[in-house]
Design a protein around this ligand. Structure first.
Ligand SMILES: C[S@@+](CC[C@H](N)C(=O)[O-])C[C@H]1O[C@@H](n2cnc3c(N)ncnc32)[C@H](O)[C@@H]1O
Length: 287
């Protein structure tokens, strides 16, 4: 048996010691804000096993020694975080948000601001379904209501894996199912090879979305001019209350007065002292 196969088999049977779990859990929390309580140990093991296989490391002990005793953390942190983040996403996820945007938020913002370009930030964008959905909605809305205006979507995430996928803009056909057929025709290209069950976002739509790495745990969010709209959906659930407060305060700082904040349908912003008022279910407006 060669080294890599030996490493594979050992990693499959391996379990994380409590001490190593605690070290990893503390690092993940400090770095990303993601809570990793002991009841997630099996999930963490599963995700790390994949990483160990790729890195050719035989055991969790070996991996944790490399990270915490041999200075490996500096280069490995990115991969560790890629492995532990949950990136589930969908096109037109929580569709009521996009209806609210078109029916209320955008008409209000166009009336309040003369900016040529509407700036929107998808702040935990995962593989790009959310920012490309926003780009489709914006293209349709502006073409019909304000063709003289333009827009740009900033799409950020902590995981470098998902950012690369977003930049490529290639998705399995299944994931694109929720996209309405008229938008599919305009904004999505079929693969020239029908055997490949995937499609690609058109270059024009891709050019409206810029991907960048941003950690919501950072003290400052260097996103340029304040945004008209910020989406921060289905990431707050991974954070504890102090981290949610940290993130939400900074997101509010990144919004224009009258700008809109959208959070996930299972997320709440109550109990924080924030300069926002609720205007619809999980939609807030900056005061
Ligand atoms: C479940 S996905 C949500 C994607 C999208 N917003 C949606 O609702 O479909 C959560 C995303 O948050 C990202 N994330 C986790 N911690 C983060 C952090 N500290 N800073 C930025 N992004 C983070 C993950 O990498 C993941 O892509």
């Amino acid at each position: 048996m060669n080294m890599t196969m030996a490493a594979k088999n050992q990693a499959l049977d391996d379990r994380l010691s409590k001490r190593n779990f605690d070290l990893l859990s503390k690092f993940i929390y400090d770095y990303s804000g993601i809570k990793m309580p002991l009841n997630k140990v099996t999930m963490l093991e599963g995700r790390l096993r994949r990483r160990l296989r790729v890195a050719g490391i035989a055991s969790f002990d070996g991996y944790c020694d490399y990270l915490f005793k041999q200075g490996g953390l500096e280069s490995e942190a990115v991969h560790l975080i890629d492995a532990v983040t949950t990136n589930k996403t969908d096109f037109f996820r929580e569709p009521k948000h996009f209806e609210y945007m078109v029916q209320a938020a955008l008409p209000n913002l166009l009336a309040a601001y003369a900016d040529k370009r509407i700036r929107i930030w998808s702040s935990a964008c995962s593989t790009g379904a959310e920012p490309y959905t926003l780009a489709m909605v914006m293209s349709e809305f502006l073409a019909a209501s304000a063709p003289e205006r333009d827009y740009f979507i900033l799409a950020t995430d902590l995981s470098t894996d998902v950012l690369q996928k977003g930049q490529r803009g290639i998705y399995q056909n299944d994931l694109l199912q929720p996209v309405p057929s008229d938008m599919m025709r305009k904004y999505v290209m079929r693969s020239s090879d029908p055997a490949r069950q995937e499609m690609r976002i058109t270059p024009k739509l891709r050019s409206k979305v810029g991907f960048a790495r941003l950690n919501l745990m950072d003290d400052r969010y260097p996103v340029g001019d304040p945004m008209h709209i910020v989406f921060c959906r289905n990431v707050l659930i991974y954070f504890d209350k102090p981290t949610q407060n940290h993130v939400l305060s900074r997101l509010c700082d990144s919004l224009l007065p009258g700008g809109y904040l959208f959070v996930g349908h299972s997320e709440t912003v109550t109990g924080f002292d924030l300069p926002i008022k609720q205007v619809a279910n999980t939609v807030f407006q900056r005061m």
